[in-house]
Design a protein. Structure first.
Lengths: 309, 309
């Protein structure tokens, strides 16, 4: 049976749970899941859905820090666990409803997923994963005066960064495979997974946020997927990403590698790297980067950038 | 294969994730999971672990309300989803480590669980489920001046209450059964489940906190369990609960029913009701209420109160 990993990212989707109360944002999840349902209804493929949590885990961090004096604070790794719950719930319900609306008898389940990292990963010394809201320079100064954290400057403003170690394995891989084999769409590795390290035969939570595209690559490898589709808020990988010029429709991993130095860090670059790593990890694999709102077309190879070996 | 539902409750365990950072509290989860591992290592039973979230979901409510002006607020039903993630992670890791330490090759997985409620349940008009911290009378007044919510007076102080509708079905029941059949210990229905109602063929989140003992009863019925064990911070059901006198070792559901009016609301009463409902729902069923720290003895029928038909 063909296996597909669909990675949902970008603010497009992620606001869905972050501002859940506004119906406009639940609708983003509903729209994306309508695409998945339509694709799944016509395909026999086993489908895993992964998602990012940059916005939400940043919100949780702020909530915990602002109320530290009044409410017991949770460590960052458990905040990832929280967002797997909240975003997983929004996506699962949206997908179940999308199936029901179309009379498609398919089940969905969300598996809490821990992802193994190396406690000595150099990423712990150099926080690089942007989380939470964008700040103006002035706002940032006032936030920094109270909360001490690392940050980066992005196009939309300044943003906090946290360590983002490389994912090395999926703890619950057997459970995920088992559910897929029963025909369920599985939501897994949300937010890149809950980071854990191994120490003398035991797991231990690690405070970090794993890149969800890289985690999706590791998951796709582990289940033996033939397709990895990374959905975001751009239509294509562009040769000139800043100006959205020179849309790439197909590209080999080798060619993509030559482009890497020119791609934007933290946005499009890790997605291209995840696709490259995936297609180079085995034969007859294909990966896509495309727009969330075109999800079905991307999965059918009609839209987005196709990266192959 | 015999099936067992183990419901973990009481502050004893629940603080484990609430103040995760303090190693003393992670240890509570580790101790409880050591009992489960020892029992599971000697038994062929399929085991589901459920847990409460009274403390944690109350903490999340406070965090969201205190920071409402700065961070987008999440609705209560998604806060339940968050606690399934954080508590589920703490329990799963503790149980995996307990198995590894004992050389027991058993897998664990945590399934995000939605529980169906009736949108017209009278519970929505009469909030009754205590969540979050205990307040002194003075503290309560200052909290109430800002946050308007219902509360009850318990032995340890005043406590906020939220609606707690009756659980009517487990959405992910097939996935849970599937994982059990593969020999995995399944952590499910955390915090009583994420409450959803059905409306014109679609699920919709509902702001409430379902009683985890009643949800455990519904889950135990749905998987065809023969044993329901509810673990808490008392050794027995007592005839005189207030003064912990007249420990009951065995009691029939009929006898228990006669005691109900004299049992404390919100603490021991729903546990006895859940046990009664379970044993009366089928033949050859047995239920236990006992101390979390005696989990293995309770599961083996050597400690706690046994309720049978």
């Amino acid at each position: 049976m063909e296996k597909i990993v669909v990675a949902l990212g970008g603010n497009a989707l992620l606001n869905a749970a972050g501002k859940q109360r506004e119906s406009s944002e639940i609708k983003t999840a509903e729209k994306a899941m309508a695409h998945v349902a339509e694709f799944a209804g016509r395909s026999n493929a086993q489908i895993v859905i992964t998602h990012g949590n940059g916005t939400q885990v940043g919100d949780e961090l702020l909530r915990n820090e602002f109320t530290e004096a009044k409410v017991p604070k949770l460590p960052l790794y458990l905040l990832n666990a929280e967002t797997q719950g909240s975003i997983g719930s929004v996506l699962e319900i949206a997908l179940r409803n999308a199936f029901a609306k179309r009379g498609i008898e398919k089940e969905v389940c969300t598996v809490l997923t821990h992802v193994i990292v190396d406690g000595k990963d150099t990423a712990f010394r150099k926080p690089a994963k942007p989380v939470g809201p964008f700040y103006s320079k002035e706002k940032l100064d006032s936030v920094l005066s109270k909360e001490r954290f690392s940050y980066v400057k992005e196009k939309k403003g300044y943003r906090r960064v946290v360590p983002s170690p490389f994912p090395r394995g999926i703890v619950e891989i057997d459970a995920i495979k088992n559910e897929l084999a029963r025909g369920r769409v599985v939501i897994a590795a949300g937010g890149g997974g809950i980071p854990v390290m191994r120490k003398s035969n035991a797991y231990k939570g690690v405070d970090a946020v794993i890149d969800k595209d890289l985690a999706s690559m590791v998951l796709a490898n582990a289940i033996g997927a033939k397709t990895l589709a990374i959905l975001t808020d751009v239509d294509f990988v562009y040769r000139d990403y800043k100006n959205r010029k020179g849309a790439i429709k197909t590209i080999t991993a080798k060619e993509a590698k030559r482009m890497l130095p020119y791609l934007e860090e933290g946005t499009i670059k890790p997605k291209v790297e995840a696709c490259m790593g995936f297609v180079e990890g085995g034969e007859n694999r294909v990966s896509y980067i495309g727009n969330l709102s075109m999800l079905k077309d991307v999965l059918e190879g009609k839209a987005g950038t196709k990266i192959y070996k």
